[in-house]
Write a protein that binds this ligand. Structure first.
Ligand code: NAD
Length: 285
């Protein structure tokens, strides 16, 4: 069982990693955070601090609680300095080679019987689990962006993931205030298998000149009651991330309906990756 009094570790301090670190620290866990780029950890600490301060200013949190949460986060430059945590959550770059290398390195670092989870959006949990010494204790824990605000965790079981690991991971998600939904490992899981074809179709609609971006998003927001249009959502996720996931769906499910729209590819080639580069389907200058 996961013990709130024992530390956990998060690998990767980018958009998702820092959010995961924040929710665990806010829930009382001591969290070791590691990123290959020290500047990413500095920026993570600064952005977590900013978010917590905003919560204090709005009266949603006591200053002492915000300070305590920040105090529970320890950035470590060297991976082995994460110690022997009961759980390690991998949230590094969506690249199978990078992830497999990280997983092999953290395999001996987790405490015996501990759980290793990946936050991958699209890589097979079964395939990643196959490199672990205990595939039964390996699982997908797919958080959503922005992590501190989004309730859902898609808990993804690989072929070898044990029932006990699934249960403990769901319990843990609830402990940090999230709602777990259990799914089986399959390309795109549920979330991206349903979402990405919609985003792709919106890009085809734009490419075909049916309407401009604002109109396409407006139709989906007002007509379908979506809080955000699909093109604005693609900018938030990153057009490169969308393209990567569509390529996985296209390759692994082998159907033309998942082929990435040429305009999406063009956007990525041009470096219009969305909010993170200040330009995507919209401008964020
Ligand atoms: P990101 O690019 O913002 O951050 C990735 C971080 O990983 C970077 O800081 C990078 O320096 C670090 N990293 C790379 N190689 C490393 C290594 N060998 N060791 C340690 N750190 C390393 O990416 P992100 O958006 O935070 O995505 C992280 C994971 O979360 C991916 O698997 C992604 O598919 C998944 N995810 C992303 C979203 C989203 O909306 N962005 C949503 C759900 C899941």
């Amino acid at each position: 069982m996961i013990d709130t009094k024992k530390p956990i570790a998060v690998i990767g301090a980018g958009t998702m990693g820092r959010g995961i670190v924040q929710v665990f620290a806010q829930s009382g866990f001591d969290v070791k955070m590691h990123d290959a780029v020290p500047a990413a950890m500095e920026s993570a600490i600064a952005s977590i601090g900013k978010m917590l301060n905003r919560a204090v200013e709005k009266g949603k949190m006591e200053k002492a609680d915000a300070d305590a949460a920040i105090g529970r986060i320890t950035p470590v430059d060297t991976l082995s300095d994460i110690g022997r945590p009961q759980m390690i959550i991998e949230a590094a770059t969506e690249n199978p080679t990078i992830k497999i290398e990280i997983l092999k390195s953290i395999d001996p670092l987790v405490e015996p019987g501990g759980i290793i989870a990946t936050n991958t959006s699209s890589i097979s949990v079964t395939k990643l689990g196959a490199v672990m010494s205990a595939p039964g204790r390996f699982i997908g824990m797919h958080f959503f962006n922005p992590v501190p605000l989004m309730k859902l965790v898609e808990v993804v079981s690989g072929l070898e993931t044990s029932e006990e690991t699934i249960k403990e991971t769901c319990d843990l998600a609830e402990t940090v205030g999230k709602t777990p939904l259990k799914v089986n490992d399959h390309p795109g899981f549920v979330s991206n298998r349903v979402l990405m074809p919609m985003i792709n179709e919106a890009v085809f609609t734009l490419q075909d000149g049916v309407a401009d971006a604002e109109t396409i998003d407006g139709v989906m927001k007002m007509g379908m009651n979506h809080p955000m249009g699909p093109l604005a959502l693609a900018d938030l996720i990153g057009t490169d991330v969308c393209l990567f996931i569509l390529e996985v769906l296209h390759r692994d499910l082998g159907e033309d309906r998942y082929r990435p729209c040429p305009l999406l590819r063009k956007m990525v080639d041009a470096g219009r990756l969305g909010k993170k580069t200040k330009r995507g389907f919209y401008s964020y200058e």
